[in-house]
Structures are given as C-alpha cells and as structure tokens.
Design a protein around this ligand. Structure first.
Ligand code: GSH
Length: 213
C-alpha cells in the first residue's frame, strides 16, 4: 500500500517533509487538507485528532510530527539522501539542530504569521514583539554558523536542512535576510537551488496569495 501524506503545500512544516520525500523520489499519494473546510478538517481529525499536518499514513499506521516522519522515512524508505547519520554523535548533532530550527525559529515565525491572520482586535503585539526578538537571536546564531559550513549541520545535507529552509524562507519574506544576515541568506539560496526544496516551493506558489506577508 502506498504512503499517503496529509498536508498543505503552503504549510512550512509540510514543506519540511516534502523536501525529504522529494530528495529520495519516495512515492506517495497526496492528500491536500483544507482546514478551512469543516468537512475536510473533520475527516482529517479522524486520522489525527490533533488536527495538525503533516501526517504520513503507512498502511494502518498514522505518523504525525515532521521530525518523526522524516526519521520514519529514513528508517523504512531509505534512499540516496540519508537524513540522520548512523553515527550516534553525528546523529545527536543533527537532531539537536532540528530541534533548534523548530523551536527557536519555526515556532516564532508561526507566531508572527499567525498573528497577521487574526482579526485586528484579537492580535497579540507583545507576543509578536517577543517572537521577533527570538527570531533575531536565532538568525544571528545561524548567520555565524553558516559562515563556515554548507549545510545546517555541517558538510552533509540532513534532517536539519529539511527543518531550516521552510522557516527561513517565510522569515525572509517578512524581514529580508540579506539586509543583516548574509550567510543565512546565502544558505537559503543554496536550499532554493536544491531540486527537492525548489519543487516544494514551486508547488506552494499557487497558494502564496493566501499568505499575510
Ligand atoms: N510539531 C508539528 C507542528 C505542525 C504544525 O504546526 N502544523 C501547522 C501547519 S504548518 C498546522 O497544522 N496548523 C494548524 C493547526 O495548528 O490547527 C510538526 O513538526 O509536524
């Protein structure tokens, strides 16, 4: 039975998983979820009651969480790109980077974008200001690190790059990276040259008008 990905092309966490799938040309069926459609959202919640995508379905097993999905793909559907090094120490470094990009960058990007989608009287300017400050700290760290490396966790493409590119892309749309974070901007450009990520972005483009940025 083929894999099925529940996702939306515009979703940054879904792009994280699409990069991994496209890296290895892993076959899968696409199930685009429209959370704004109550019937579609309810159908998706039967698969994953938390209602967040991406979710990968493999037979009767539903695998939520982008990091776990990529780990699952690496274990069960390995291809030419390996996402988590077998070496324990290198693997730990890649996982640590993945956590960094999700928790110190992606979460805060979502806060800024999510706030713009709220009605004017339900916005949270203080929370957005805090998120922007945290994004700035993370970008400074990324910029310093990327001065000396090609990929997010070192010399090899990995899970960390799948995690890094989508939030950097949307942050670049909000606050252009090239102004203050040239190494981060160059890294994002490298990612955009990579066919797997270029494809994910091409597929998201028809939906860009839905973005509040
Ligand atoms: N920790 C989750 C985060 C997934 C996530 O935040 N997905 C967003 C889209 S990018 C979502 O489903 N938002 C809808 C919601 O939270 O109701 C992962 O890594 O997969």
């Amino acid at each position: 039975m083929p894999l099925t990905l529940y996702f939306h092309p515009l979703s940054s966490y879904c792009q994280k998983v699409l990069i991994a799938l496209y890296e290895n040309d892993t076959p899968f069926e696409r199930r685009v979820v429209n959370l704004r459609d109550p019937a579609d959202a309810a159908a998706f919640k039967k698969v994953w009651p938390c209602g967040q995508f991406p979710v990968l379905q493999d037979g009767d097993r539903a695998v939520p969480e982008s990091t776990v999905i990529i780990d699952y793909l690496d274990q069960h559907f390995p291809g030419k790109s390996r996402f988590i090094p077998a070496d324990a120490e290198q693997g730990r470094q890649v996982r640590a980077k993945d956590r960094f990009f999700d928790l110190q960058l992606h979460t805060h990007m979502q806060k800024v974008v999510g706030d713009r989608l709220r009605p004017q009287d339900r916005r949270d300017p203080h929370g957005v200001e805090q998120a922007r400050a945290k994004i700035d700290v993370a970008l400074g760290m990324i910029d310093t690190e990327m001065a000396g490396r090609s990929w997010a966790a070192g010399d090899h493409f990995s899970l960390a790059d799948c995690a890094a590119a989508p939030p950097l892309f949307y942050i670049d749309k909000l606050f252009p990276l090239a102004d203050r974070h040239k190494n981060a901007a160059a890294y994002l450009n490298r990612m955009l040259q990579r066919p797997s990520y270029a494809r994910a972005i091409e597929e998201a483009k028809p939906y860009f008008s839905m973005l509040p940025i």
